[in-house]
Design a protein around this ligand. Sequence first.
Ligand code: SF4
Length: 599
Amino acid sequence: MLEFGWQNQIISINLDNEKHKIFGIEEETAHNYLGGRGLGVKLLCERISKNINPLSSKNYIIFATGPITATSVYTSGRFSAVSKSPLTGTIADANSGGIWGVSFKKCGYDSLMLTGAAKSPIYMYIDDNDVKIEDAQKLWGLNTHETTNKLLEIYGNRAKILCIGPAGENLVKFASIMNDKNRALGRGGLGAVMGSKKIKAIVVKGNKEVKIADKDKLDFFLNETKKWLDAITITGRSLPTFGTAVLVNIINEFGLFPIRNFQEGYSDLADKVSGESIKENILVRKTGCYKCPIACGRLTEVDGKTGKGPEYETVWALGPELGIFDLKKITKANYRCNELGIDTISTGVTIGCAMELKEKGFFNEAPSFGEVDKLGSLIEDITYRNGIGNELAEGSKILAESKSHPEFAMQVKGLELPAYDPRGAQGQGLAYATSNRGGCHLRAYIIGPELLGVPTLFDRFQTYNKPDLVIRTQNINAMLDSIIICKFTAFAISEDFYSRLLTAVTGIKFSSEDLMTIGERIWNLERLFNIREGFSKKDDILPKRFLTEPLKKGGSKGKVVKLDEMLSEYYTARGWDQDGTPLKTTLEKLGLKELTVNV
Ligand code: SF4
């Protein structure tokens, strides 16, 4: 019986017939997958069949909180969404902060599973006693801020709103889901999955507190956590003072700050878009998610309009990636992406791909690098699938393939890469290539050990020992995404500390080894899903540029990624064969079985 931490209720709704059922979480599932990403992956793998179209009614989208969500644990407001991605065809999860996940869990549920598709637009309302499906015809077409405002008028300010914008409605392959107006489940196009099911929004209003097993012990650990978070420079000073864009000058100095679709790794102009410049020119105040003492968020103001961000990845993707260094115009583009419900990283990198295709003479209709005045209208065109925007709305991989030049798409498994050129950090290259959801820095944040020296500094240009480092970091991040807690806390606290926090909340004894095994189990289950969908070693690859074109200037000059030196060792250390398939012994150790073809 799961008495503490979990609410021990999952709600499943089939939109084909609007029927819902509620059931508990099996104890074994809770012990082995926790919640968030892990629980969502487990539930998805049990339910969807091979090769379904991610935008068909057969797909699921599963929202899941974790055992510490909505407790007093720092940064415990996070929740995940898991689905089959329309952008990549892989399993995908995204997680978000803000407050929506807290209110959802306080309705008395750990997870919400949605399948089927409504015939016309709907939204859902969930509280402690009720689950309702309402007509959303009048909301369809509104942007995420307008939608949120309308629903708050109906349900009052205590209601928390998650919704899609026009990009999700128009099935843009990298549409995001927005919650609390400006927090994003950004990556993998999960907004399009909601759009395909005609779900405009989910309103939650919960009051049921989460029970804690040992409150005194938890208070003690929280006290210690706060001391660590305050004492470490990154969490105690850098992120609170400058936000995540504090990384701009650091990454640029190391020479892996991608410029003009990853053609260069350094720019003299980078400081114009740095966290320091944001603080000096547009910052109103810092903001934070639920129970977060770090508060890396930025409330900014440009030309009389206030909004959230830009974060590091966004200021880069809508800026230097496109040869643009105008902070105010980048910030306005970021505000608009949030309103339209579109992932800023994939938007920027897909536009960057179009710009390079134009530069090389393969896409005359596209804008050129640095053409900042065309940025706003192109974002609208992608969202509404107008003109060339319709081509870009499919993502960089399909765009570049359609022009017969796939080498200009900076993606892995179809997901556009974030703001770290892997030629400047070998482990990051391996982490991108092997990521289960495609080109992502958050599956394994190798920048910590390779650049920032956290927890220990590794030589960023060496391949030696990187497979072990990447595996360990991938497993840790799968576990953090399932507890579910903000990854930035990992700069200050260790697995051992997480295991004590989790034990105090749930009353179940977790060791740090247990948590690492949980992370490994989740990673392998995701891999099994992808293998069933046809992914293999051939997809654990980087764009050719990173393997054959050395960077020309900056702190990583002359470097390429030596993926071949690391991949085989990575498979062996994972307990996989040389095609990247988990061995039977590995699956047995983790209590997993090969996924059957059809469920
Ligand atoms: S550190 Fe930033 S992203 Fe993490 S919980 Fe705090 S405000 Fe949210």
